[in-house]
Ligand binder design. Structure first.
Ligand code: MN3
Length: 251
């Protein structure tokens, strides 16, 4: 177990170094940038809050500074803290099978709801930050653009269906575009569920390519109850390079 953990720790550190270097060179985010930031301490597995890949005010005027700051430094931090707390309560024979968020997602039906909710919260937000960027938006490019046209007929139709999924999610949840064998589909999940969780109850399954947080905490300070305005703002900050990288790496 110790050697396995040490191996993973070293691998994670190596990946972090590579990502930091490439991010500086490219000034763009690869699909693998929304890393889990897991570390292994003597007392067990710990996750850490990833640094936001831009300043809190960088998405202004579309997404405001205060929303970004509270969303990242308070909401996301709380999911990370509560994930670590909930993992610490697991019995050793369960914990020995967990070395990553992917392991948690695979075993999620056997784990307590607190692990499911907070692991989802950590993964979903980590991904969401890298799917936005200052001066983002525009239109998808490269292989993702081809797949969007093949799956939906046009980018306009894709946007319409994604916005519809985001609007119709009752209460708190996430809108998603996922890929399965090259085919894109759109839907939503409740709470912090992720379409790559091994859960029989999910309404959409697959590898995420694009997501939008539609919890009220994501937009209430600026948009109050107007979720449609927030969805419109999102199109101005989408990081299509990250979405394309997620699509390519999922195949
Ligand atoms: Mn959120």
């Amino acid at each position: 177990m110790n050697s396995r953990r040490n191996f993973i720790k070293k691998t994670t550190a190596l990946a972090l170094g590579t990502i930091a270097a490439s991010a500086v060179v490219n000034n763009t985010l690869a699909a693998t940038d929304f890393i889990e930031r897991e570390t292994f301490l003597d007392e067990g597995l710990k996750f850490n809050l990833p640094k936001l890949p831009y300043e809190y005010d960088a998405l202004e005027p579309h997404i405001d500074k205060m929303t970004m700051e509270i969303h990242h430094s308070k909401h996301h931090q709380t999911y990370v803290d509560n994930l670590n707390k909930s993992l610490a309560t697991l019995p050793a024979d369960m914990l020995k099978n967990i070395a990553s968020l992917d392991d948690i997602f695979a075993l999620v039906e056997k784990l307590p709801p607190a692990v499911r909710n907070n692991a989802g919260g950590h993964k979903n937000h980590s991904m969401f930050w890298t799917l936005m960027k200052p001066h983002g938006g525009g239109i998808p490019t490269d292989k993702l653009a081809v797949a969007i046209n093949a799956s939906f007929g046009s980018f306009e139709e894709f946007k319409k269906q994604f916005a519809d999924a985001a609007m119709k999610r009752f209460g708190s949840g996430w809108a998603w575009c996922v890929v399965n064998n090259g085919k894109l589909t759109i839907g939503s999940t409740a709470n912090q569920d992720n379409p790559s969780m091994n859960l029989s109850t999910l309404e959409i399954k697959g590898t995420p390519v694009l997501t939008l947080d539609v919890w009220e905490h994501a937009y209430y300070l600026k948009n109050q109850n107007r979720r449609a305005d927030y969805i419109n703002s999102f199109w101005n900050v989408v990081n299509w390079e990250t979405a394309n990288n997620l699509f390519i790496s999922a195949k």
